[in-house]
Ligand binder design. Structure first.
Ligand code: SAM
Length: 280
């Protein structure tokens, strides 16, 4: 029996179901249920919330979310080997855990969730950034979720909360901080995982703001910052040449010096540039 529920410890679950971690699926499991419950608490009050979890694996975080009072958890897992272990959790929490086998990049979870919705995940590293960008850039805001509580490699977590002028500042910081309040809430050493990855990890908590901080079209802003930071050492007038022959005029219209480099440009200025680029 474990510390947070009456199910077997995760090491037993892994052994009983033959869940040897696969590198190709980004599998680094959390086996300490006190730790997974602590991560679940970072997601805020889960009572009365549906939670979307990507990549439950053997179910450590899933059990943390349920033991912390989540109304329902929808878990999307690509590795079919994990399903019997997850079915045992579903039996322990009747009607509260739904598992979908498949690729999170292909599945629209909305059909299965009822607001308020929070997202919590120890993300597979190979799809983590792509999912985050999708969750941050829907055309309409507020999004379907209230908050995202996500485990990333430390270096990626730092890029999400980075400030202008720092090395980590770039597309992720701008997209996250445009529409959310973003904080690193926990750090985890490699030994917290089985197998231990090479790098440290961190949990980032993002709360959706009721409205973006500055007006801009999500698709245009995403395109502008992606291009600007793709060649971050270049002056914006050349990094953004692909935006059109008149990019220098548009930079000037947004109040940005064409000789500036992306690293020095604030969120407010990038939003002004996205508006200038979108203007007829
Ligand atoms: N949540 C578990 C934990 O904390 O121990 C496992 C985390 S492990 C880092 C990532 C999980 O995501 C694995 O179970 C893996 O099979 C799953 N996964 C990988 N790619 C996926 C994808 N595209 N869609 C859904 N799940 C995926």
């Amino acid at each position: 029996m474990s510390t947070i529920d009456d199910l077997p410890p995760l090491s037993t679950v892994i052994e009983d179901h033959g869940l040897r971690a696969r590198k190709s699926l980004g599998q680094n499991f959390l086996l300490d249920l006190n730790l997974t419950a602590k991560i679940a608490r970072q997601a805020g009050d889960l009572t009365g919330c549906d939670v979307l979890e990507i990549g439950p694996g053997p179910g450590g975080l899933t059990r943390g979310l349920l033991s912390e009072g989540a109304r329902r958890v929808l878990a999307i897992e690509k590795d079919g080997r994990c399903l019997p272990a997850l079915a045992e959790i579903a039996t322990r929490y009747p009607g509260q855990l739904q598992v979908i086998e498949g690729d999170a990049l292909d599945i629209d979870p909305l059909a299965h969730l009822t607001p308020p919705i929070r997202v919590a995940a120890n993300l597979p590293y190979n799809v983590g950034t792509e999912l985050l960008v999708r969750w941050l850039t829907p055309p309409k805001w507020p999004p379907f979720w209230q908050s995202l509580t996500l485990m990333f490699q430390r270096e990626v977590a730092e890029r999400i909360v980075a400030v202008p002028g720092s090395k980590a500042y770039g597309r992720l910081a701008l997209l996250a901080q445009w529409r959310c309040e973003a904080r690193i809430v926990m750090g985890l050493p490699p030994e917290a995982f089985t197998p231990a990855p090479k790098v440290s990890s961190a949990v980032v908590h993002l709360t959706a703001l009721p409205a973006p901080k500055f007006e801009a079209d999500a698709e245009v802003l995403n395109r502008v910052v992606a291009m600007a930071f793709n060649q971050r050492r270049k002056m914006l007038r050349s990094a953004l040449k692909g935006m059109g022959a008149d990019i220098e005029d548009r930079l000037n219209a947004a109040g940005i010096k064409p000789t500036e480099r992306a690293e020095q440009v604030s969120l407010e200025e990038f939003c002004a540039l996205a508006r200038a680029v979108a203007a007829p």
